[in-house]
Write a protein that binds this ligand. Sequence first.
Ligand code: 5GP
Ligand code: MN
Length: 335
Amino acid sequence: MERFPQKDIEIIRKWLDSKPLITIITHFNPDGDAIGSTMALKLYFEALGLTVDSIFPSPFPSYYNWVPNVSEVLIFSEKEKVNFANYFSEDRIIFCLDFNHPSRVNQLSEFLGNSKAKKILIDHHVDPSPEFDLSFSYPGTSSTCELVYDFMAKFGITPLNKNMATCLYTGLLTDTGGFQFNSTHSSTLIMAARLIEIGINPNEIYNLAFNNFSFNRLKLFGYCITNNMTIVEDKKLAYLWIDRNTKTKFDIQDGDTEGLVNYPLKVLDIEVSVLFKQDYDKIRISFRSKNDTDVNKIARQYFNGGGHVNAAGGMSKKSLKETLEYFESLIPSIF
Ligand code: 5GP
Ligand code: MN
């Protein structure tokens, strides 16, 4: 499929002609792809002489604080809620990156939903909702960073510099799990090669993105794998959970549980892994698979979520215990 058809590029060119203010927004709990695509597009538009405000609906993990210019991002806080309305005013162009539904921007979904501004979606999750003025939705693509890279190449005008390339590589690397997932296509690796030619340091970015644990985070992973994991061998399934007490005990930040869900998949015979995280008012659930089990479908149908075939998320308003019991009751029929 041709990405970013020329006619759509011309529409965006027209919209940007009068140098409108730009808002870039991504999903809450932003990951490497959300952060990388937001920062790359911000730096790109700024290089074109545009003024850009970038917004994260919730804080980002501190282990991403090296991403170029990430300190410029506005992070939503309930206290300043009213001020955030400004970033959704009618005269703006809003780029929505790495999410497929307004609910993914949490408390900002009301502003985004009601905004009269032109909204442009660039994303790779399945089934995007229809309210965007322009929708560049390409499920199956490695990352939103790969799409932003394509967009920049089509839009042209200014070349990529090393900072933009570093941001883009971050999302490309993290959303493919270090180029391991099915979404790693030749276009993904060709893009990686180009970014290396521009001067990014793949080893450094890998270490910053993946080899960045605190001791506590490492111990938490060990603790959960040892004490809070059930293996269902005949279903090639493992599921784990983290309750609030454990979080407190290891004194960890919210983003510190990222990646834990992947560990059971290190066992050759485990093909699906699920992680239940107790939040203040809900249980957040992460699904991963390394076969053709469509965890997006499971997240969508049973846990009010979504995502991709091999990586999805959802939530439950029940207690942790009840959520686990509900999940266990589903196992015979869904796996
Ligand atoms: P994670 O488990 O890392 O939170 O999310 C895995 C994937 O599922 C990500 O691509 C993320 O965007 C998507 N995802 C996570 N939670 C939700 C959700 O509540 N709704 C939808 N539609 N997608 C989600
Ligand atoms: Mn992504």
